[in-house]
Design a protein around this ligand. Structure first.
Ligand code: GAP
Length: 514
């Protein structure tokens, strides 16, 4: 992961926000290539959802329209949605270090006592060490050694057995050493911490002017459900899609852009008759997995996982539950981390907004006025920022044979640059031909014209940014208008006529998108 983060900075994909001021935890900026990659993923999602939505179970395309709602809405909307009351994480503070942890992200290494005696630190009994759930085993071992936890408290063979990690239930806090503490008993009881960022609207800063930055794009869709029905020709079942920023004051932003405080979501709210919820849930499970594979994530790194009952959100409890599409990120491997949640939200949100706003949000069957109901919602909710991270992790390929030592194996349709035009030398004859080709190709594709440095260094740079094709202009080009094409993954080279470059790219990129 360290190598991936450093490549992202070195090549202009992702930077720490406000880096020259030391950064700000949980916020990231996208550089010239990062924004192209993000736009490619965003545009593909929008195309697959709104422009050419998938073919439904009945053989005809499903109906989906888009919206782009405000980030700040009437605060009553967030009361109705349950976010003011319940969008919180359990949080523990450490009185000694002043650090704050998400209680559900802590695991406890419970000391076994073989002979009934207790381990002690500063004369106080210790029954468990707390660790953040993703602490690497070497770090756990290092910390236990530092405290001189000897063999008899670990296991008879002196190894760190996985099984002795527990939820910590039943162990008094005074007998636990916090993840960064030097003695037991400094962690506080978990307290609910609301994740919404607050601000004030208007010149007066009072209770009445409090507003919230949206923690999900979904609610902007529910708030516009009636507007969309009244102003367009959609009929249940149909979907409303939205892509945009969401903000959560995460207790522990971590793992690069995986969990940040400002991020982007791509959410679909699919409105259907309650009796058809299961059909549509199954449909979207399959469709969303197909999507992630089509942008280059391998089946081996994807899995679907049903939420356990204690993980379910308030809106998903009554229905068919939630399942996550998970990706094997380097920091979760061999395990997986959430990329997208697919929830059956029942009629929770529309019912809540109907009750709180007084607006009628029932759907009336156009063929039968007596058939009125509040639609159920199936929600595929994907992270755009997390998707970008998954694409980068999937693409990162070490290859010691090449000068860069690595290349980014992006699916060509996702690659920030589809091609690079490289004059072999900065000589007079090569550069004008390269410029001519560049001007022609850039009409259809994001393409780089790179003139300076030796050709090896330029290939290395294009490998590191994942450009699938490089076209080199040399002396033969001057004579017969042919160029060398170098393919990123195989480094194989062939010559084609300059006039064929555009159709070559169309063919290759179209074929790889099927
Ligand atoms: N409307 C439902 C909803 O927001 P969620 O599971 O909380 O559900 C959906 O979020 C997706 O948004 C997640 O699967 C994840 O990809 C992304 N996401 C959520 N919190 C995030 C964070 N703090 N940083 C980056 N991405 C996040």
């Amino acid at each position: 992961m360290k190598d991936i983060v450093s490549l992202c900075k070195r090549r202009g994909f992702i930077f720490a926000a406000s880096e020259i001021y030391g950064g700000i935890n949980g916020f990231w900026d996208y550089g010239p290539l990062g924004v192209e990659l993000k736009n490619n993923l965003r545009d593909r999602w929008w195309k697959d959802m709104v422009i050419t939505p998938p073919i439904g179970p009945d053989g005809s395309p499903v109906e989906i329209v888009g919206v782009d709602s405000a980030i700040i809405q009437n605060p009553k909307a967030w009361v109705a949605s349950g976010h003011v009351g319940g969008f919180s994480d359990p949080m523990m503070d450490d009185r000694e270090t002043k650090l704050r942890y998400r209680a559900d992200h802590i695991k406890y290494f419970v000391l076994e006592t073989v002979d009934g005696s207790y381990f002690t630190v500063e004369g106080k009994k210790v029954r468990a060490f707390a660790f953040m759930q993703d602490t690497p085993p070497e770090e756990i071992e290092r910390r236990l050694k530092k405290f001189k936890v000897d063999k008899k408290y670990i296991s008879s063979d002196g190894k760190l057995p996985e099984l002795v990690f527990s939820s910590g239930d039943g162990i008094p806090l005074e007998e636990i050493i916090g993840p960064d503490a030097s003695k037991p008993g400094t962690l506080t009881e978990p307290k609910a911490f609301n994740l919404m960022f607050q601000t004030y609207v208007g010149a007066m800063q009072s209770e009445d002017s409090i507003a919230y930055l949206r923690p999900e794009t979904a609610q902007g869709i529910f708030l516009n459900y009636k507007n969309v029905l009244d102003s367009s020709r959609v009929r249940v079942p149909f979907g409303i899609a939205q892509i945009g920023k969401a903000f959560r004051n995460e207790v522990n932003p971590r793992n690069f852009i995986f969990r940040s405080r400002e991020f982007e979501q791509m959410e679909l709210e699919w409105f259907c008759h309650p009796s058809e919820a299961k059909i549509w849930r199954d449909f979207w499970f399959a469709e969303r997995q197909r999507f992630w594979k089509s942008v280059g994530l391998s089946s081996a790194n994807l899995q679907i996982r049903d939420h356990d009952s204690d993980e379910l959100s308030h809106y998903a409890k009554a229905g068919l539950g939630t399942a996550d599409i998970e990706y094997r990120f380097p920091f979760t491997a061999p395990g997986f981390g959430e990329l997208e949640g697919i929830a059956h939200r029942c009629d929770f949100d529309l019912t809540q907004h109907q009750e709180h706003s007084g607006a009628k949000l029932e759907y009336m069957d156009p063929n039968d006025n007596t058939n009125r109901f509040i639609p159920h919602v199936i929600e595929p909710a994907a992270g755009l920022s997390r998707g970008v991270l998954a694409l980068i992790c999937e693409a990162y390929t070490v290859d010691e044979k090449r000068p860069s030592g690595l290349y980014l194996n992006f699916h060509p349709s996702m690659a920030p640059k589809k091609a690079a035009i490289l004059p072999l030398t900065a000589k007079d004859e090569h550069v004008p031909l390269a410029q001519k080709l560049y001007l022609d190709i850039r009409e259809d594709f994001a393409v780089d014209l790179d003139i300076k440095q030796n050709i090896g260094k330029r290939y290395a740079r294009q490998d590191e940014i994942g450009t699938p094709y490089c076209f080199t202009i040399d002396n033969d080009t001057v004579n017969d208008q042919t160029v060398t094409v170098r393919e990123r993954n195989t480094m194989a080279q062939e010559r084609i006529h300059m006039d064929k470059v555009k159709s070559f790219l169309h063919e290759k990129i179209r074929r790889s998108s099927v």
